[in-house]
Design a protein around this ligand. Structure first.
Ligand code: ADP
Ligand code: MG
Length: 709
């Protein structure tokens, strides 16, 4: 019986808060200490200085901090807050918080609400348990959190109160980044500098260039009753067992179908809560798999967009519970059913309002576009392996290259029109085969560029979509910060490379139009191997990619070492985004997380197999022995024997991790021996699921989990 579903009514979730109306404009951002609130509540001088500080990306003077802190506290307490937290992103893809009360003792036995500038600017959580990959030795376990004024503080509310969250960076005492925010901010600065410099050569002065991000997030919503009956889901986030249901996603009847009412109500409450937090959610729809959905916001600058993405994942999971649902963000919760990814839409915009990846309406804008688009092509080609590493995790290994997600081979899809334009530049023909949508560029040497967005190619890991690139290989559970840090850094490098070449030509007296075309042409010839417009899922592409010399780093242990490859260290050190030590720490943490994840899965699988599934199968065997139906008895006895053997193999694999050697060797052991042992136990379990009576089988089945909404 589907208790939770039955209890739910459209008039209220468990907390009676369901609101089936759209978020209205007047609640949008009401839980954010926004610029508007700052203007209202801060003394004029303080507000001006704070704004200037944020605009320049400089640290806040401590004289200002007290005034800001006290305004922030008053605002938060008026809205019911009792505690505050420095909200930060350790190297785990999640966010961390330690709550402190606003109240401090006054000495006369009373308590007074206080929150000083110092407490706003810096916190000192006991950080010894966060992964640091060797950056922090235990005798100096302290880490510091430092306020990031460029991402606004916000309130997390529940019926019992509210928490003031202050987005912060997290560093060691020696200033090394222990989090994912610091490198992202550094990479945004690096890209801004490079792009501003290039723009000055291109005759388009700007003071600042922002990178932008708009993530499309896929997820599953399932009934919480099934979730709790599934230790594999509870412990690992994915099902380690489960036979394919008679109906999967073959009928394509779920994609873009109408959204079940309970789910829609849950989405609406999620969205209205996010709206109050200033997260601009724009679209929602069903995805390909049953019980799978997608949500996407309007894009924002990369720093705020990344923070908002973390918040979105958190709120989605919280609100789901009020509806008797559980939100699964795992990359592959169900075998044989599409997994969940995240599309990272990325672009660069100037403070003067130009989107540098928008082909634009004038010849001048098209020149800018060709230049910056070329930089993307170069950066992605040169650092394809690093990009692949930035989206590696254990969950992704089930998805990438599995005919549901882009392959592990990174390539770029430009769309037929744009590709033709580059080919025309290469051949010097100046005029591409001419679909009407081409735009006259004026100068006769320039080809015409497509006005409309690129075509659709759902199989490409990195696609141009009209006015932005879409990095489609992220996993659904991932933070945006690392992939975007990589993108910003490698494209900053490419912009500088192309800008230097451009400057060389213009100083020789070549016109800017000709110089850009020369640079774009040479860059295209050098990097065009990364451009591919066909079916990325096909075997032909895998073969061709190999002849083109493109990397195919199939699984995490193959990809992660690129975090510390010489080409990575060189570009990250040059742009002061991460030092070699900081890169090594990220590498180590990622490898360790991979091992830990698989180890937990394998131990869970062994336990479930031995203590839940095997006993069920044995009970059925006993019954068959009593009844004596030989055919069924033989079949079941054979499977049970095989099951026991394979469980023993898995248990041995779990015991026998290599003790010495590099961490990556243990990762490879897990990737092969442990992973295979787990799969072979599952194979038999899924066969048993089909023959053991339903009332004996202890796990809810895919057909229940996926189709009861
Ligand atoms: P689709 O990929 O389905 O065509 P949309 O055009 O709606 O979807 O855009 C998808 C995502 O791309 C949205 O989250 C949107 O905010 C984001 N996006 C649009 N323009 C930009 C941009 N300039 N920079 C970053 N993200 C962008
Ligand atoms: Mg998209």
């Amino acid at each position: 019986p589907n208790v939770a579903a039955a209890q739910w009514s459209p008039n209220g979730g468990a907390l009676g808060q369901a609101d089936l109306t759209q978020p209205s404009a007047n609640v949008y951002g009401e839980n954010v200490f926004s610029i508007a609130v700052q203007r209202q509540r801060l003394p004029k001088g303080v507000f001006k200085q704070l704004e200037a500080t944020i605009a320049k990306g400089e640290p806040l003077e401590s004289s200002l901090a007290d005034a800001v802190a006290s305004a922030m506290r008053e605002w938060a307490m008026e809205r019911g807050a009792t505690h505050y937290t420095h909200w930060f992103q350790p190297l785990t893809n999640t966010t961390a918080e330690k709550h402190d009360s606003f109240y401090g003792p006054t000495g006369d036995g009373n308590a007074l609400a206080e929150f000083s500038g110092k407490e706003l600017i810096q916190g000192e959580p006991d950080a010894s348990s966060f992964p640091s990959g060797g950056l922090r030795s235990t005798f100096e376990a302290r880490g510091y959190t430092a306020w990031d004024p460029s991402s606004p503080a916000f309130l997390l509310e529940n019926p019992n109160g509210a928490l003031l969250c202050i987005p912060t960076a997290f560093t060691s005492w020696s200033g090394e980044a222990l989090d994912n925010k610091i490198p992202l901010l550094r990479s945004m600065d690096a890209l801004s500098k490079s792009a501003v410099h290039a723009l000055s050569i291109l005759g388009e002065p700007a003071e600042h260039v922002f990178t932008t991000v708009g993530p499309e997030q896929e997820y599953f919503l399932i009934d919480e009753q099934y979730y709790f009956e599934r230790p594999d889901l509870v412990i690992t986030g994915r099902t380690l067992f489960g036979a394919k249901p008679p109906k999967g996603q073959e009928l394509d009847d779920h994609y873009f179908g109408s959204i079940p009412e309970r789910v829609l109500a849950c989405m609406m409450e999620t969205e209205s809560e996010l709206a109050r937090l200033g997260v601009p959610i724009k679209t929602r729809h069903n995805e390909v798999a049953p019980a799978q959905y997608e949500v996407a916001p309007i894009f924002e600058n990369s720093n705020v967009g990344s923070d908002h993405q973390q918040l979105t994942m958190q709120i989605m999971q919280n609100v789901a519970r009020r509806y008797g649902l559980v939100c699964l963000l795992h990359e592959k919760p169900f075998a044989g059913i599409n997994g969940s990814g995240k599309h990272n839409n990325w672009s660069m915009g100037t403070d003067t309002g130009i989107n540098l990846l928008d082909p634009g309406a004038t010849p001048h804008e098209n020149l800018l576009f060709l230049f910056f688009c070329s930089a993307v092509i170069q950066g992605v080609n040169k650092h394809q392996q690093l990009l692949r590493a930035s989206v590696a995790n254990a969950g992704q290994d089930h998805r990438l290259g599995a005919n549901e997600a882009p392959p592990a081979i990174i390539s770029i899809f430009l769309g037929a029109d744009l590709e033709k334009a580059f080919l025309a530049i290469e051949s010097g023909s100046g005029d591409a085969a001419t679909p009407q949508a081409y735009l006259e560029m004026g100068a006769s040497v320039l080809p015409r560029l497509p006005l409309a967005g690129g075509d659709r190619n759902r199989t490409s890991p990195f696609a141009f979509t009209g006015n932005k690139f879409e990095f489609r290989a992220l996993g659904s559970s991932m933070a945006l910060s690392m992939p975007n840090t990589v993108l910003n850094t490698i494209i900053a490098e490419a912009i500088d490379d192309l800008a230097a070449k451009l400057a060389g030509k213009t100083s020789d007296g070549v016109s800017i139009e000709e110089a850009v075309l020369d640079v774009v042409k040479a860059n295209w010839v050098e990097n065009k191997r990364i451009v591919f417009s066909g079916d990325n899922y096909s075997q032909e592409w895998h073969d061709e990619a190999e002849t083109r010399g493109l990397a195919n780093l199939r699984q995490s242990p193959d990809a992660l070492p690129w975090y510390v490859a010489p080409s990575t260290v060189a570009v990250f050190e040059k742009y002061e985004v991460l030092s070699e030590r900081e890169l090594e720490s990220r590498y180590e943490v990622a490898v360790e997380q991979y091992i830990t994840t698989l180890n937990i899965e394998a131990e869970t699988a062994a336990t479930i197999a031995r203590t839940m599934l095997l006993p069920a199968a044995v009970r059925w065997l006993e019954t068959l022995q009593k009844v004596g139906i030989a055919k069924l008895l033989d079949e079941t006895a054979g499977l049970v024997d095989e099951f026991v053997d394979r469980i023993f193999v898995l248990e041995a694999a779990n015991r026998d991790h290599p003790e010495d050697g590099e961490l990556i060797d243990e990762a490879k052991y897990v990737q092969t021996t442990v992973f295979e042992a787990m799969g072979s136990v599952r194979e038999i379990a899924d066969k048993l699921e089909r023959i053991v009576p339903d009332d004996l089988w202890p796990l809810p089945k895919y057909s229940e989990i996926l189709f009861i909404k």
